[in-house]
Design a protein around this ligand. Structure first.
Ligand code: UDP
Ligand code: MG
Length: 313
């Protein structure tokens, strides 16, 4: 059986189209299936639409969150509630073409791979400045962390149950799926496809949200920023030692003309700024530790048509 996980947040326009397309594709596939829709606290008619789909079609299961927990939580809730031997994650806006599903399932069934991941072949239809930041992000994170994160990778994936179980067992509160998928390893096949625009509705990401997401990715998968502070400290100590030598030599050769408060102030401000930056970096990590130690659930399901659902986890 194939379980398809669809996080949905304010997707009233896209969902009916998505449902039609995916059903058309999947009915021609030689497999039993279930569609798991996670309503991530939508403020529009998403839940009503899901309920009416579930009434017509017993393959449809919906899980409705008590509020918006974010896409990562929605995907996690999906993983926790699958019944299939294979699981796929897809967006509700048809940016992940259902037509790839048969090919993905064949690759997994052949036994040579444990997961099939997808990446965009290009970034067309995206503002150039965003593409630039995105490319830089992937360069940096791959240098400073051991999670192998592929540029242009989408969250559209299909994987075997074994891999899903491992992902469920990684119950960290701050989730960054792209990093987690890479970190767990397994044999992954990469499929490329052309970028597709969303069919209806609007993207839930703006530049600032994406920037924070990128920062989360770095802080969750790398300790490198923490060591910036120590390297900087070592560098400063070395410089000040040289400076001290210089001052002593100057004093001995030319005496001591008092001057230079401007340079003193500049140095103080500079070092103050650097200290603040380093404190900020540490603060980022401490905030994550704080959230992690509280051990709060990732999601709370308030309504579902699935009796054996894990409602809180
Ligand atoms: N999504 C979600 N919770 C959120 C934001 C988004 O479940 O808080 C879902 C959304 O409904 C969609 C998927 O995540 O199915 C991807 O969102 P979107 O298309 O806005 O992102 P983009 O494709 O622009 O990166
Ligand atoms: Mg989208």
């Amino acid at each position: 059986m194939l379980s398809i996980i669809v996080p949905s947040y304010n997707e009233q326009e896209s969902l009916p189209i998505f449902y039609k397309e995916i059903t058309a594709v999947i009915q021609n596939m030689d497999t039993d299936y279930e569609l798991l829709f996670i309503n991530d606290g939508s403020k529009d008619r998403t839940l009503e639409i899901l309920k009416s789909l579930a009434d017509q079609d017993s393959h449809v299961k919906y899980f409705s969150f008590s509020r918006n927990f974010g896409k990562e939580a929605a995907v996690y809730a999906g993983f926790c509630n699958i019944h299939g031997d294979y699981a796929a994650v897809m967006d509700a806006d048809l940016q992940d073409p259902p037509s790839l599903l048969p090919q993905m399932l064949d690759i997994l069934k052949s036994g040579a791979y444990d997961s099939v991941a997808t990446r965009r072949a290009d970034r067309s239809g995206e503002p150039p400045i965003r593409s630039w930041f995105a490319r830089k992000f992937y360069q940096i994170i791959n240098k400073i962390s051991d999670a192998d994160i592929v540029d242009g990778a989408r969250d559209f994936r299909m994987m075997k149950r074994e891999m899903v179980d491992v992902i469920i067992s990684m119950s960290e509160y701050n989730r960054f799926s792209k990093g987690i998928f890479g970190w767990v390893g397994f044999r992954t096949y990469w499929l490329s496809y052309e970028n597709v625009e969303r069919v209806a509705g609007e993207t839930k990401w703006n530049f600032w949200k994406l920037f924070r997401y990128a920062m989360d990715g770095i802080v969750n998968f790398s300790q490198a920023p923490l060591s910036i502070a120590s390297w900087f400290g070592i560098g400063m100590t070395f410089c000040s030692f040289l400076l001290l030598l210089g001052i002593i030599i100057r004093k001995m050769l030319f005496g001591d003309p008092v001057a230079g408060w401007a340079s003193t102030i500049c140095t103080i401000i500079f070092i103050g700024g650097m200290q603040m930056l380093c404190l900020g970096i540490m603060g980022q990590y401490i905030a994550k530790i704080y959230l992690e130690t509280k051990g709060r659930p990732h999601f709370i399901i308030s309504e579902t048509n699935c009796e054996d659902a894990a409602r809180v986890k």
